[in-house]
Structure formats: C-alpha cells, structure tokens
Design a binder for this molecule. Structure first.
Ligand code: HEM
Ligand SMILES: *[C@@H]1O[C@H](CO)[C@@H](O)[C@H](O)[C@H]1NC(C)=O
Ligand SMILES: *[C@@H]1O[C@H](CO)[C@@H](O)[C@H](O)[C@H]1NC(C)=O
Ligand SMILES: *[C@@H]1O[C@H](CO)[C@@H](O)[C@H](O)[C@H]1NC(C)=O
Length: 539
C-alpha cells in the first residue's frame, strides 16, 4: 500500500504542480507583518503539495470526488467525511479566559534559591526547562476583543522532571475576592445579562458594592493597569501565598511574580477603543509577530519571601489575596527568566486544548494555603474534564515528561493507557509505587481568614501605587464612564464605597459624574428616573 501511495504521489504531483517564482513570494514577505505571511512561508518551505488528499480514515481522494453538483453525493465518502466533521469541530470554550494566545519557550534558572525551595525546576543555575504558556482576557468569548478593561491571564506550564508545574497567573497582584463561593457570581456579574445577552454595568457595580472586598482589584482594573499595551508589556502574578520548603524541610511563604523585561506599557481607554475598531485581536497579533520576528519576549520570575517566624509577627494577613504584602516586611529574590521563542504551529492543538491547573505542583511547593486556592484545585480539573475530557492531561500539549498512574480508559486520548501494568493499588505485582519525601513538613499549616472588609489596601493603591495625579485622574475618568449606564441610586452606592475607600477619590468621582451627566445625559438613566417615580421601592 505504501509503495502504491508513493507512486500515486509522483503521478499526481507531476501533473498538478505549477511553478511559482520565489521572487514574487519574497517581495510580498518583505512588505507585510509575519501574521499576514504565514501561508506564503508555508509555501516557501513546501515547494510541492504536501501529499495526496485523504479522508479522515486515510482513503485516497480522487479528483472527481471534490465536486458534488449533479452527482451521487451519498456515495462520496470524502464529501460525507468533510461535511460531518465540520459539524462536530467545536468544543466548549473556557468558562472564563475563553479567548487567548499562546507560545512555547523555556525557563532558565539564574539565581540560587536552594535556601528556600527544593524544587528541581528552580535549582541549578543555567538549568533550562521547556514551558508552554497562554495569555488571555477574562470575560470575552472566543471571538471577542482583546482590548477590554480588565485583568489578563498569563498561565505557564513547566515540563519539569518532577511533573508539570502550572503557575496560573493574572496581570494584577491581587484578586477580587477571597471566598471561593463568590466566584460564580463574580463571573456572572461581569459577563452577559441573561435577558439582554449584553454586558451590563448594573450587574458589575451592584456586585462591587455588595462585595466591597472587590474594591482593591477593582481599582487596579480602573487604572492604567486595566489595559496593558499587549501581553508582552505586562507583569503577571500567581497572587496566592504559596507554602514552599527547602531540602532541610524548612518552610517559607512566597508570592511568585513574573516581571516583564519589555517594560510595562498601557493603553488609554481612547487608544484601546481606536485599536479595537480595527483589530480586536491586537494582543494576539502583537505576541505572534514579536515571536516570528525573533523579538523573544521574556519575564523575570521572582518570589517575595516571608519566614514562618515572620508570619506570626505581621500586623496584616499575608495570606489575604485581596491585599499586597506591606513594604519592608519581606524580601524579594530573583529565580530565573522565562523566554517565549516559538509560536504554536497549530492553535487548536497547542492553545485551545491546553489545560492549566493551579493544583499541578512539584515537590518543594505545597501550594496556596488560602480557601480560594483550595477551591481552584478542584475547579480547574472539573471544568477541564467537562471541556476536554477526563484524559486532558494525556493531550499532547499537556502531557508531562513522566507519568505512571492507576487511572485507566475514558474519553480519548488514552495514549499507551499503561499497557499491561496492574491497574489497582496496592498490588503485589510491581505496579508504580509512591516515593518518600523526607523533607516535606510533617505538620499541616492551617490559617483562619477574616471576613472583615479592609479598604485600606485599596486606598494605598490609589495614593501610593499610582504615582502621579494624571494616573489618578484617568482612574476617576474610567470610573465615571463605566458608571454612566447605571441608575442614580446605584451610582450613589458606588460613590459611597469610593468615599469610604478615600474621601478625596469619592469626591472626584462624584464631581466627574455630575459633569459627565450634564454633558451627556444618558437615555437609560432618564428611563430609570421615570421608573422610580412610579415605584419608590425599585432600585
Ligand atoms: C475560586 C476562584 C477561581 C475559580 C473557581 C477559577 C476558575 C477558573 C476556570 C473554570 C477557568 C477555565 C479553565 C479551563 O477551562 O481550562 C479558569 C481559567 C483561568 N484562571 Fe481562574 N479561577 C479562580 C481564580 C483565579 C485566580 C485567583 C487566578 C490568578 C491568580 C486565576 C487565573 C486564571 C487564568 C490565568 C486562567 C486561564 C488559564 C488558561 O489560559 O487556560 N483564576 N479559572
Ligand atoms: C527581501 O529581503 C531580503 C532580505 O531580507 C532581500 O535579500 C531581498 O532582496 C528582498 N527582496 C525584495 C523583492 O525586496
Ligand atoms: C500609562 O501610560 C502613560 C502614557 O505613556 C504613562 O504616562 C503612565 O504613567 C502609564 N501608567 C502606568 C501605570 O504605567
Ligand atoms: C478626564 O476627563 C476630563 C473631562 O472629560 C478631561 O478634561 C481630562 O483631560 C481627563 N483627564 C485625563 C487624565 O485624561
């Protein structure tokens, strides 16, 4: 059969192939950006058609089967295969972070951090580990815009000798809430209204005021940090405080931060709107083109470190993911450098099918100790079983370097499915056995989280992290814009929350809103006012 195919190839290629001048190709290549010349580059690397066309089952397709008009289409297996496969080519998009881009690269250790963490991947200056990464806005659906005002994801999977390590990070160093039960409502309030199927800022602001714990991350979102100028120009943070240990079993508490080596850059709302009008894929394009041009983006991975002894002396909760650690209470140590060097050759295979899971950790890293982290340990796995199937870790892009399991079967891919090895544990027949980690701390570290809302970190963001009056004014302007479509009562609730955070900030939002309402009285607001006249109990 193989000889037959090769013979056919020679016969057909000889007939169909038409020479195309390389000069013509090069001329176009020189004129355009990498993303627009992908097909031309493919052609340059494949001087002839890459083979004989087949059906999914490998049946060779004869040229008369490529047209169905006035033919017996139901006897045309190529047609049947093509049409029905197309019907089934969608899988569920991610519940959040649906739209994204990704790339391959490596992580290189640049500093000795053996004092704090024993993980193989972070030890040995010069050691390189292959990685895959994915970048994403949060709320847009698969075809949505990159230019929304919100946090961005940067997920990194390290293929280490000790298993996959996933750092599933966002572009803000704090998260919106700390009780995981708030997550579904938080997400709903930022996505589409169930009746209108439109973004709805009444839902957004209502939730912010009902859960004022979100105020700190909300201010990051409203500030310049809410729209970076592409994924390459932003930092990313694992946010949670991770419990880690060294090879002597001594424990530390760390926050992992990726700092961009391209420099932080942001877009104003106006710039973002202008770009969005012509290129909603601006972030993905920027990443793709940079890598194709060999301007390989890189990030320095560092960790903020607290000793166990320090933790008990602090006057703030270092495990609270809605606040930053106070300056002067911890030290920061660099670990290494992450560099992206290769675009995937197939988006669906390498980006859509990727499954990052904060529960994927390696010896030396016990994990985040807060409740939200523990919820993430099962939420990601659960959603990925739904989205990709129970064997998502056996999909090529997620496949670890080494795996020996008692899991068997299920929706493919199953790969070797552990072949003939025993499938129950314990067994007497030399199936896989667990290892012993003599350094792993014996006692379990447990924390208690306060439910009290502290607006001080949000005030500190506004007054200290934002560096100048321009930045504060842009935050106020962005707030005003997003407040215009909601009812006066909800506007007052928001202003009250901003005032409780910082009196001056509250005043500025109030004044800005008055001015904006005066300039553009917004139709939905007039509507709501009328409504209130009829029913004073309505919001
Ligand atoms: C209770 C809290 C949270 C829950 C239940 C949750 C849930 C989810 C879910 C269901 C996905 C889609 C995963 C997939 O389909 O593969 C996701 C993606 C993601 N989440 Fe979370 N999340 C939470 C908090 C966080 C936090 C605190 C961060 C960052 C510090 C974060 C960062 C991300 C990122 C970056 C992605 C995209 C991963 C990718 O590129 O595939 N999430 N999250
Ligand atoms: C395109 O660029 C290559 C090198 O970058 C150069 O050698 C070639 O002459 C250019 N071709 C045209 C048509 O401009
Ligand atoms: C955002 O960009 C503007 C214009 O380049 C700059 O003035 C501002 O400081 C930047 N903000 C941050 C937080 O980097
Ligand atoms: C904020 O909005 C006001 C009113 O539209 C405008 O005059 C001002 O220039 C804006 N400030 C910044 C920093 O963009």
């Amino acid at each position: 059969m193989k000889g037959h195919t090769v013979l056919l190839c020679h016969l057909l290629l000889g007939v169909q192939y038409v020479m195309c001048s390389d000069h013509e190709l090069y001329e176009y290549l020189n004129m355009t950006e990498p993303a627009n010349r992908q097909l031309y580059e493919f052609k340059l690397h494949h001087k002839k058609p890459i083979g004989i066309l087949t059906t999914g089952a490998g049946q060779l397709v004869e040229i008369r089967e490529t047209v169905t008009l006035n033919s017996d289409a139901f006897s045309n297996q190529y047609f049947i295969n093509l049409l029905t496969h197309n019907n089934a080519e969608r899988i569920p998009e991610r519940n959040v972070h649906a739209k994204g881009g990704g790339a391959y690269g490596y992580f290189e250790v640049t500093h000795d951090v053996s004092e704090y963490i024993k993980s193989d991947v972070f030890n040995g200056i010069g050691k390189k580990t292959p990685i895959v990464s994915r970048f994403s806005p949060v709320t847009p659906n698969l075809g949505g815009s990159d230019l929304v005002r919100e946090h961005r994801g940067m997920a990194v999977k390290f293929f280490t000798k000790e298993g996959n390590l996933d750092l599933v990070c966002i572009s803000f160093p704090v998260f919106f809430h700390k009780d995981p039960i708030d997550f579904p409502s938080f997400v709903h309030s930022r996505k589409r209204n169930p009746k209108t199927n439109l973004m709805d800022f009444s839902m957004h602001w209502d939730f912010v005021t009902k859960r004022p714990v979100t105020m700190h991350a909300q201010l990051w979102l409203l500030s310049d940090f809410g729209i970076p100028n592409g994924y390459r120009k932003m930092n990313a943070f694992a946010v949670h405080t991770f419990e880690v240990y060294n090879k002597f079993g001594k424990r530390y508490f760390v926050r992992f931060n990726f700092r961009t080596n391209q420099g932080i850059e942001n877009l104003s709302t106006e710039q973002a709107e202008e770009i969005q009008a012509r290129d909603p894929d601006y972030f993905n394009r920027d990443l793709y083109n940079a890598i194709e041009k060999k301007h390989f983006p890189s990030w320095t991975l560092e960790m903020d470190v607290l000793l166990l002894e320090d933790v008990t002396k602090l006057d703030y909760d270092p495990f609270d993911i809605t606040r930053l650690w106070k300056k002067g209470t911890y030290k920061t140590v660099p670990i290494g450098c992450l560099t992206l060097v290769q675009n995937p050759d197939n988006f669906f295979k390498d980006v859509e099918l990727s499954a990052y899971d904060p529960g994927h950790l390696v010896p030396g890293i016990i994990g985040g100790v807060d409740d939200l982290f523990r919820a993430r340990r099962f939420a990601y796995r659960d959603t990925q079983v739904y989205r990709l199937g129970v064997n998502h870790n056996r999909i090529e892009v997620n496949n670890p370097l080494y795996r020996k399991v008692y899991n068997r079967d299920g929706v493919p891919p199953v790969r070797e499915n552990m072949k003939d090895a025993p499938n129950y544990y314990p067994n007497s027949f030399n199936g896989p056995v667990p290892y012993v980690d003599p350094n792993r701390p014996k006692d379990k570290f447990v924390i208690y989280s306060s439910n009290a809302v502290d607006l001080q970190p949000a005030a500190d963001f506004y007054n200290k992290i934002l560096q100048c009056e321009d930045q504060r004014e842009r935050l106020v302007n962005n707030t005003v814009t997003l407040l215009l479509p909601v009812s006066p009562k909800l506007q007052r609730r928001v202003i009250r929350l901003f005032s409780l955070t910082d009196e001056n900030l509250g005043k500025k939002v109030e004044t800005g809103l008055k001015k904006a309402l005066h300039m553009h009285p917004h139709p939905p607001i007039i509507h709501t006012l009328k409504f209130i006249v009829h029913d004073k109990h309505a919001i």
